[in-house]
Design a binder for this molecule. Structure first.
Ligand code: SAH
Length: 235
């Protein structure tokens, strides 16, 4: 029976198979609705040598709707870069909301900071220039933080994703969400190792392991969305 069902799920049922279709989504639904400050932040970030690291605006749209549905107020962001997802979160959560935003790259954050200030949401951001793991450990030392966050967005070093998951399961409340980004790693997770460029090999291996473990973690409900570079939404 299962084999029959597998056979019926043809790969071509997945719609997004052309650049034109992606462009169509951006032009029709994403760009016309993207808040001005986020557009500005994308422009500012375009001159960064690693501009491609920023969250894609269509993925941002999904993030925003999730934050709204959750009524998220206290959030954690691991991996800020120039701040696209950070600004998006700050624009979405309420006036008295707070984001603990962690990144080792203060310079990239400073590139986006004037736009965050101009948008009038800097007071919601607590940027911490630190390695994420020790910072999460610090947060956990204060028992008041346990189960106190509504949401976390993880987009940083893949080698620590599983440890972040473990820590975040304690910090984020039951019924809250964690989103892990880059979980399809430019599609390399489904490629044979020999076909993958050197730069992607390590990440591919780590993400295959992460995807497997999280898919089999009975404590969480997941949705592996093929948006952006792959986003695993985890409840
Ligand atoms: N969410 C961002 C993109 C983050 S890119 C956006 O929407 O634009 C990944 C970031 O993770 C980089 O800025 C990098 O400095 C940071 N990073 C990588 N490893 C880290 C670590 N161990 N601790 C904290 N930040 C880290």
């Amino acid at each position: 029976m299962e084999e029959k069902m597998k056979a019926a799920l043809k790969y071509d049922k997945a719609l997004l198979q052309s650049k034109e279709l992606y462009q169509y989504i951006l032009d029709t639904s994403v760009y016309p609705n993207e808040p001005e400050p986020l557009k500005e932040l994308r422009e500012v970030s375009a001159s960064h040598p690693r501009y491609w690291m920023g969250t894609e605006p269509d993925a941002g749209q999904l993030l925003a709707i999730i934050l709204k549905l959750l009524n998220a107020k206290r959030t954690i962001e691991i991996g800020v870069f120039t701040g696209y997802s950070l600004l998006l979160t700050a624009l979405t959560i309420p006036e008295d909301g707070k984001i603990i935003a962690i990144d080792v790259d203060h310079k990239a954050y400073e590139m986006g900071l004037p736009t965050i200030k101009k948008a009038g949401v800097e007071h919601k951001v607590d940027f911490i220039d630190s390695e994420a793991l020790p910072l999460l450990e610090d947060l956990m030392e204060n028992l008041d933080n346990e189960g106190s966050f509504d949401f976390a967005f993880v987009y940083a070093d893949k080698v620590n994703y599983l440890i972040y998951h473990e820590r975040l399961m304690k910090l984020v409340k039951v019924g809250g969400l964690v989103i892990y980004d880059n979980t399809l790693w430019r599609g390399t997770v489904a490629m044979p190792e020999h076909a993958v460029g050197e730069n992607y090999k390590e990440g591919r291996k780590l993400l295959i392991e992460f995807n497997h473990l999280i898919a089999n973690d009975g404590h969480v409900q997941i949705c592996h969305a093929s948006i952006g570079d792959g986003m695993t939404i985890c409840r």
